[in-house]
Design a protein around this ligand. Structure first.
Ligand code: GTP
Ligand code: ZN
Length: 220
């Protein structure tokens, strides 16, 4: 159990910087969340005011603080390493040395260029060595890295890198299929297209049958 606790500690610790980084300043967490909410609400009220919205109207009066809370506590909470989920791993006592695939994990992220939703599913696979991970923790990791201003490529890499580190395996495959609000709601306004990104490491890179199978599972 000591070993197990050791690995759990690595997973829980601040390995936020071990993976591909989001563009964040060093002082990103100098303000407490409640201060951030207060500051963002003020700025958002200004934006609404500039747009000509009547902030004395009952329906929109609370919108600045709603948006501020949503940014800090919900859609961008994954920026802050303190919100990283504790990841439980277990000794692979049953010696399962075959792929495990977690399919159709839904996620919502936000594109860092337009702050519009990126919504889709993740297929995550790995080949266990000494440790296996609690299934729900794969979902929680996808969610944690999604809740940031993101690009899909970085999100895919962060999930893969986190699993490589946490599970101490070389064999990981991550496929994300998503639609981008900035493609559908504005700009080119193309409904119905989707974006697929993938990271294949170790077995999942070398064995093309498994790679195509994993991509096939994403409906590509
Ligand atoms: N590679 C990548 N590009 C993204 C992602 N999300 C949004 N984009 C693109 O980021 C680009 C930003 O380009 P800009 O030309 O600066 O922005 P824009 O003028 O609003 O672009 P249009 O969407 O073409 O109107 C756009 O082409 C978006 O489609 C992503 O996850 N990955
Ligand atoms: Zn965008």
């Amino acid at each position: 159990m000591d070993n197990l606790n050791g690995v759990a500690a690595i997973a829980k610790g601040n390995n936020h910087h071990a993976v591909v980084k989001n563009p964040l300043r060093d002082d990103a967490f100098d303000h407490d969340d409640h201060i951030k909410i207060e500051l963002i609400a003020k700025k958002f009220a200004e934006i609404m005011d500039i747009l000509g919205l009547d902030l004395s109207n009952d329906s929109v009066r609370e919108t600045p603080v709603r948006v501020a809370r949503m940014y800090v506590n919900e859609v961008f909470k994954g920026i802050n390493p303190k919100n990283k989920p504790g990841i439980t791993v277990f000794k692979n006592e049953y010696n399962y040395h075959h792929p495990l695939v977690e399919l159709n994990i839904p996620f919502t992220s936000f594109c860092e260029h337009h702050f519009l939703p990126i919504q889709g599913v993740a297929n995550v696979a790995y080949l266990p060595k000494e440790y296996v991970i609690g299934l729900s923790k794969i979902h929680r990791l996808v969610d944690f890295y999604a809740r940031r201003p993101q690009v899909q490529e970085r999100l895919t890499m962060q999930i893969a890198q986190e699993l490589l580190i946490t599970l101490q395996t070389e064999d990981v495959g991550v496929v994300l299929k998503a639609t981008h609000g900035c493609i559908s709601c504005r700009g080119v306004e193309d409904l119905g297209s989707s974006t697929v990104t993938s990271v294949f490491r170790g077995l999942f890179e070398k064995n093309h049958t498994i790679t195509s199978w994993l991509l096939g599972l994403s409906g590509v």
